[in-house]
Design a protein around this ligand. Structure first.
Ligand code: NAD
Ligand code: IPM
Ligand code: MN
Length: 353
């Protein structure tokens, strides 16, 4: 089979982890007799520097003409004060929208060899196997109007959370279908005690649930779900949630299973699938060759599974990851005694507004 990919290494650790994932795909292609073709294109900060656009037309065209897209990460402190349409992140959001990938699957699995790497006790994380199904093209990320208006000192900023029934229904179906190939439990996470969007979300998810009577459906408020995810992560199977809640809960799930660097993702449901680790450009460790490449490698496994239907090859990559960890190999993030990113405190001078 021809595996024609566009690779978008991006910024920070993005190129480091993408290179490793491509090496794994090269090996898979060799061993299983596939032909791998990888076209590298700039995105994010790298594209801002080379083309003054975080998603150049040429990059998008290449993605749309590919069988799948493998992305590293975008963003970094040097771009943080750029206007919003020129931020690296806006290139990624545009790419997701152009590809039409509304369903973002973010599995968080506690590998047996990593039980002691979690900040939680081993008996709490043992057996954790959560699949976060995050709606990726709606909610507060894309709702209109959005603006910042007024004069400094008196400005007002507006973002809009918006969901339509059809958008909720299509992502709910993805979650229920996936639950059927797992432990048949869907926990829908919302904030229905406060938000209209969430009340609609809960109603539509419940209706869709009636068509999946073999799948157990539960609802949780997002604050409570955040607590349960660290208190009893093994209780969760599929977590179905909207865009922003899914973003937040998936980083948390990364910490639960030992490191954010372990999480891969698949964004599907559109013209071409997009595969990227859940983590960002990790500017604090970029360029040191110490980034954990497993999130990117597990994303490559999902690429084989979802875009090319190569289940055996995907499972082969996943069992290789488990074997490498079982053999004791570790990147630095898995061997630490202090967990989580350091808080970047403002220095007294910089902090004077
Ligand atoms: P981050 O995910 O880049 O890093 C958070 C912490 O996790 C850091 O301490 C980092 O060192 C660590 N970490 C992340 N990936 C790792 C890996 N593979 N191996 C080892 N440690 C790893 O989040 P941040 O620092 O909040 O964001 C940095 C930049 O990345 C921002 O510009 C943000 O917008 C962007 N970002 C991009 C994506 C993406 O491209 N999909 C995702 C999240 C954040
Ligand atoms: C992620 C990231 C992105 C998001 C940013 C970089 C736009 O945090 O993929 O989790 O919020 O979706
Ligand atoms: Mn995120």
């Amino acid at each position: 089979m021809l595996l024609n990919l566009t690779a978008l290494p991006g910024d920070g650790v993005g190129p480091e982890v993408t290179d490793e994932a491509v090496r794994v795909l090269e090996t898979i292609a060799d061993v299983f007799g596939h032909q791998l073709s990888v076209t590298r294109k700039p995105i994010g900060g790298a594209a801002l520097i080379s083309a003054k656009d975080p998603l150049p037309a040429d990059t998008l065209q290449s993605c749309l003409a590919s069988g799948a897209v493998l992305l590293g990460a975008v963003g970094g402190p040097s771009f943080d004060n750029f206007p919003s349409h020129l931020r690296p992140e806006s290139g990624l959001l545009r790419l997701r929208r152009e590809l039409g990938v509304f369903a973002n699957l973010r599995p968080a699995l506690c590998f047996a060899a990593l039980e002691d790497c979690s900040p939680l006790r081993a008996e709490v994380v043992r057996g954790t196997d959560v699949l976060i199904v995050r709606e990726l093209l709606g909610g507060i990320y894309f709702g209109e109007p959005r603006s910042t208006q007024g004069i400094p000192g008196n400005r007002v900023a507006i973002d809009t959370m918006r969901y339509g029934e059809a958008e909720i229904e299509r992502i709910a179906r993805v979650a229920f279908e996936l639950a059927r190939s797992r432990r048949r439990k869907v926990t829908s996470v919302d904030k229905a005690n406060v938000l209209d969007c969430s009340r609609l979300w809960r109603e539509v998810v419940t209706q869709v649930g009636h068509q999946y009577s073999d799948v157990k459906l539960g609802h949780m408020y997002v604050d409570s779900a955040a607590m349960a995810l660290v208190a009893r992560p093994v209780d969760f199977d599929v977590v179905l949630t909207e865009n922003m809640f899914g973003d937040i809960l998936s980083d948390q799930a990364g910490a639960v299973v030992g490191s954010l660097g372990m999480l891969g993702s698949a964004s599907i449901g559109g013209a071409v699938g997009l595969y990227e680790p859940v983590h960002g450009s990790a500017p604090d460790i970029a360029g040191q060759g110490i980034a954990n490449p497993l999130g990117a490698i597990l994303s490559a496994a999902m690429l084989l599974r979802y875009s090319f239907k190569l289940e055996t090859e995907a499972a082969c990559v996943e069992s290789a990851v488990a074997a490498v960890l079982a053999s004791g190999s570790r990147t630095k993030d898995l061997g630490r005694s202090i967990w989580g990113p350091p808080i970047r405190w403002c220095s007294p001078k910089a902090g004077a507004l």
